[in-house]
Write a protein that binds this ligand. Structure first.
Ligand code: SF4
Length: 268
């Protein structure tokens, strides 16, 4: 048997793994056989692509520069247009399990008629539900907006409380919503961990956690306080554009040289 092997090794810098594509041309008994053997070898990026040690300052700085070309997350967008803390709270509740475009249109319709707790109460649950349709779980959200408005009027003189503990007492308000209201409604130091922040913080190897709540507490321990307010905004935009949940765009990623790629299997 006569075999001629032409060996071409192509290196792909895909997050943690090195993808070696070995192309063999095998000449056997007069036939040219073409085989592609791909071996995924975890030998660390330092061998072929020099990896930087993860540096949170450089990470935030790099994303901040790239952010100028990205679209602001919906709640940041609404807050930047001068929304009150109450409008931020309402928008955040509407945005849960809802696409940004749908949230945006629903808030415009709702805020044209009601921008305060007493105005929402005056509208009534059914009217609110019609205005916010088709946001996810709109009947439940309409009911909650009524309950929250009543509580704010009865217990907080119509104002949104500016502490995590008080916000968490409101119906339907979890840690993600409460922290986002603190950040976008009050510009207070808080870390809002949504699915993007949880996923990306783990992928890059900055934290190693199982749940968003664990991520929040891990970030509270190690994320420099000056980045708390901007961290969610940056990572949500980054997660929507490049570090997508399934098959992130690692080939276009500005921080790929410091990313550990934890848990990433498919990339573009
Ligand atoms: S896109 Fe995400 S997973 Fe890919 S290199 Fe960038 S940060 Fe890492």
């Amino acid at each position: 048997m006569c075999s001629v092997y032409v060996y071409i090794c192509r290196l792909h810098a895909i997050v943690l793994n090195l993808l070696f594509s070995e192309v063999y041309f095998c000449y056997q008994e007069g036939l040219l056989e073409f085989r592609v053997v791909e071996c995924i070898l975890y030998i660390g990026m330092n061998v072929v692509q020099k990896k930087k040690k993860f540096n949170i300052d450089l990470f935030v700085e790099t994303l901040s520069a790239a952010y100028e070309q990205w679209q602001a997350p919906i709640i940041t967008f609404i807050a930047n247009r001068g929304a009150t803390a109450f409008e931020v709270l309402v928008s955040t509740l509407l945005s849960l399990r809802t696409k940004d475009e749908v949230t945006c249109q629903a808030t415009v319709r709702l805020f044209e008629l009601a921008r305060t707790p007493d105005q929402l109460l005056a509208l009534g649950e059914q009217h609110i539900a019609r205005l916010i349709y088709p946001v996810g779980f709109y009947p439940t959200k309409a009911k909650r907006l009524i309950s929250i408005s009543r509580i704010l009027l009865d217990d907080y003189a119509g104002c949104v409380p500016d502490t995590l503990d008080d916000l968490l007492k409101l119906p339907g308000v979890g840690r993600k919503t409460a922290n986002l209201v603190l950040v976008e409604g009050f510009k207070k130091d808080a870390i809002c961990v949504d699915t993007h922040v949880h996923r990306i913080s783990n992928r890059i190897g900055y934290v190693s956690t199982k749940t968003p709540e664990q991520t929040e507490f891990a970030l509270r321990d190690k994320l420099p306080r000056m980045y708390w307010v901007s961290y969610n905004e940056l990572l949500v935009a980054f997660g929507q554009v490049l570090c997508r949940p399934v098959s992130p765009f690692c080939s276009k990623c500005p921080v790929s040289d410091m990313c550990s790629g934890c848990g990433v299997t498919n990339t573009r």
